[in-house]
Design a protein around this ligand. Sequence first.
Ligand SMILES: C[S@@+](CC[C@H](N)C(=O)[O-])C[C@H]1O[C@@H](n2cnc3c(N)ncnc32)[C@H](O)[C@@H]1O
Length: 293
Amino acid sequence: MLLKRLSDCCFAAINNFTWRSLLSTFTYNPFMEKDKLLAKVSEIQWCHSIDLGEGVVTPGLSKTRPLDDQELPAMRGKSVLDIGGWDGLNSFLAEKRGAERVVALDHYAWGVDMLKRNLYWEQCKKNGTFPDYRLDETEFWDPTLPGKAGFDLAKEVLGSKVEAKVGDFMKMPVDEIGAFDVVLFLGVLYHLRDPLGALEKVRSLTKEVAVIETSAVVVPGHEGEFLVRYYPADELDGDFGNYFGPSEEALVAMLKGVGFRNIVTVVGPPAVKAVPFRRSMSKVYRLIVHAYV
Ligand SMILES: C[S@@+](CC[C@H](N)C(=O)[O-])C[C@H]1O[C@@H](n2cnc3c(N)ncnc32)[C@H](O)[C@@H]1O
């Protein structure tokens, strides 16, 4: 189940080399003994594959490929907010790309007891019921933040200055988070029950540009339409925590609607073909856009 949960970020795993070589230039490593580091790494359930140096790469379950240089705006000297940072791969990359200040913000993946929650989901599936998402913050919430262990270890080993902020960005006041030159909103939008409200919040946290990477849909014969597909249960990657996938047009229009002025699609939909006399099925893909204020 956890595998399925993580596979929601899935993109074909290509282009590992750019980020690996970027991260491997960190030199500080407080765990002088490689064996000790490997033991610590093996105790953690990793989302991201992070090169910690000394030939140690964390065994991340995510199949989503990290964005490459062409898919990211300039970060040198900028402040960067990584919403949904999880193990911090994108935050550490932002730091490596010269960002002056980087904040990794997360909540759900850091504090939810995934084992308990996944058992509950399995039970819901068997019973044919919908899970109550609110249990994440009550029944399944672990205030010791077990899911943050990967971020903490990677930060220490990499000698990184990335700051961690714990909280649901939808509920935190803008003043508490602050505004940033660059906001990374990668793999988060489709997890949110209020996508338009989420984009509005992202706008209020962005001083220059937000990078939005999301699961999206294209429907043959309906290209150019403002479509948003709703996933009532676990239709997307077996994950009850996935709700909406927009078409490129819908995402661009939503971003304009919340006040971004210029939207550039960096990775758009694949070519699809409508088959005559057959009902069009939506094709799911990963969309990347840059939204400028
Ligand atoms: C699919 S993961 C993506 C992780 C990472 N950004 C990446 O692209 O590899 C989604 C992340 O968003 C976080 N997340 C979801 N809703 C959130 C919210 N309301 N506030 C903060 N983080 C959230 C989850 O905890 C999880 O770490």
